[in-house]
Design a binder for this molecule. Sequence first.
Ligand SMILES: O=C(O)CCC(=O)C(=O)O
Ligand SMILES: [Fe+2]
Length: 251
Amino acid sequence: MASSELTTIPGSLEHVRIQALPSSAFYIAEFITIDEERMLLEKIETAPKPRWKQLSKRRLQTWPSDLTNNTLLDSPLPKWLTEPVITRLLTLPITASKPDHIFSESPHGAPNHVLINEYLPGQGIMPHKDGGAYYPVVCTVSLGSPLCLDIYGTKDDGSREAEPKWKILQEPRSLLITTDQIYADFMHGIANVTDDVDLGSSTVANWDLLRTSSNIQNHRSERRTRLSLTYRDVLKVSKLGGTLGSMFGKR
Ligand SMILES: O=C(O)CCC(=O)C(=O)O
Ligand SMILES: [Fe+2]
């Protein structure tokens, strides 16, 4: 079997910590297989048209639904989003000495929400923080094409520094987990460029954790269509209750 048909799941997250960054970010190059990537791309592509929300610079799907006032209406994620990604995530201990996983202490013990962003070459996302609606862990599965996530520091007045402090190269089929300071204190964004440039061991924070650097020529990686699935636990979940609930057979 070719190695590209396999995943490479570490014994614990400590093995895949991005050492060059403040705490904490983890990168697993081969988190899903080529077949699993193909299945996810197919499900995303064949989702009903109204699932896509078109923004000026990119389009996205929200599963199971958009938040209203930072609150998620209780509803399960479809199986193709839980299996294999969430099941695999929940078997991954943070350290070898304890079984605790990255969502062990989150309110629902697992992600309950997935945002799917699509980036064509030249598209990106403005630097931002993910804010207070979520438990502060983001798990991002990348599909299709490599691309760089830029991490920015903020100044004392809260505004962001002009240049990114670090770059994280996200390969297709990889998992990136960001939490702690990287979640709370730094901003992240994706430049709207057609090529990621200046890539090397001194500029890419997760260089040593990459699956391959063979797509990088002259320190450059050309973008193709990239999709990301960001898994999070939304803190506030509301049940469809009261009269409306009983109309739908809830008690
Ligand atoms: O696509 C990504 O990797 C980042 C998306 C993101 O930052 C977000 O949805 O908040
Ligand atoms: Fe974000």
